[in-house]
Design a protein around this ligand. Structure first.
Ligand code: GDP
Length: 336
């Protein structure tokens, strides 16, 4: 499948017109840059920029669309680009005139679909900060409608279906929306998601947790959560906890200067809030952490929680071991 070929990490392409916010998104989500510092990002002239975060569960590449990329140019290797990609995120600057962006998006969808009909299409209607709620809805409807019209008008010429599923999300680097949007993209690319969700549900019920998230530590994207609804405040609290833990451990937890990453098997943290809630973080593996919300009265049974967590952690590692075995087998089959 597109999401796994050649690599076991979910692969995402981030595309969009120049200045739509791609580098900022990448810097804020994967390199912890403060959103305000993106104001001074230099616009690069490079057409292709590969930014793969080695420390992250998510692997991901950015492709800029400075006007000159031309799909009909024979040097543009669509097969290579779209073939191995799981999801294509197209960023549209909502504060700018969207006509050019929509036309580029239309071309991109057509071209990508022809090469790889399994690609998941996502549109981030970006820079939504400072826009009123009414206007947000209007902008989204407008973009959605125009793109559908273009796709419908040209579907026959392009020999692609009219109704390619495209999801729209409203994002900004100035709040958590960009992290949530990415979380939803990633979740579609993880074939093991139902298993992970089941395991989280079991952990939540056996340990009487209120909510549990499985986070990619570097990006603070959550790759799975239990089936209780996600409440924004809870998600923000849990995601902020990762920052706190990593910051404290950068200052006090590094074994030596060469320790590049302040996160290992021993990483764990308890934060008691003044509303009878406890936040609890535990390391699951190199990339992932469990962050959960527990009522103070249930946190008294920490021994039980820790025991259940060990079982959970073991199960998660088995899920990924099985995945690795299957992938190795698939690779071998391809070679034969
Ligand atoms: P790229 O060419 O697509 O990589 O775009 P950049 O990442 O260089 O961003 C262009 C400009 O948009 C920068 O000045 C960013 O600070 C700004 N920007 C990016 N994301 C947001 C956002 O969510 N809200 C606002 N208001 N500005 C943003």
């Amino acid at each position: 499948s597109g999401s796994t070929s050649g690599n076991d990490k979910p692969r995402i392409l981030l595309m969009g017109l120049r200045r739509s916010g791609k580098s900022s998104i990448q810097k804020v989500v994967f390199q912890k840059m403060s959103p305000h510092d993106t104001l001074f990002l230099e616009s690069t002239n490079k057409i292709v920029k590969n930014d793969i975060s080695n420390n992250s569960f998510v692997q991901f590449q950015i492709w800029d669309f400075p006007g000159q990329i031309d799909f009909f140019d024979s040097t543009f290797e669509s097969d290579l680009i779209f073939g191995g990609c799981g999801a294509l995120v197209f960023v549209i600057d909502a504060q700018d005139n969207c006509v050019e962006a929509i036309s580029k998006l239309h071309q991109t969808v057509c071209q990508a679909y022809k090469v790889n009909p399994n690609i998941i299409f996502e549109v981030f209607i970006h820079k939504m900060d400072g826009i009123s709620d009414d206007l947000k809805i209007q902008i989204q409807q407008d973009i959605q409608q125009r793109l559908q019209e273009e796709l419908a008008d040209h579907a026959q010429d392009n020999q692609i279906p009219q109704n390619i599923p495209i999801r729209y999300q409203l994002t900004s680097i100035y709040d958590h929306s960009i992290f949530e949007a990415f979380s939803k993209v990633i979740q579609k690319l993880i074939p093991q998601l139902p298993t992970l969700e089941n395991l989280l549900d079991m952990l939540v019920s056996s340990s009487r947790l209120d909510k549990a998230f499985l986070f990619d530590v570097v990006s603070k994207i959550y790759i799975a959560t239990d089936s209780a609804p996600v409440d924004n405040t809870t998600y923000e609290l849990c995601s902020d906890m990762i920052d706190v833990v990593i910051d404290v451990s950068c200052i006090y937890g590094m074994k030596d200067q060469n320790d590049s990453f302040a996160y290992d098997e021993d990483s764990s943290s308890v934060i008691k809030l003044n509303n009878d809630t406890v936040l609890y973080l535990r390391e699951v593996n190199k990339y992932l952490a469990l962050v959960c919300l527990i009522n103070k009265s249930n946190f008294d049974k920490i021994g039980l929680i820790n025991y259940n967590f060990q079982c959970f952690k073991q199960a998660i590692s088995q899920v990924f071991e099985v995945r690795d075995i299957i992938q190795a087998q698939q690779k071998q089959k391809k070679l034969l």
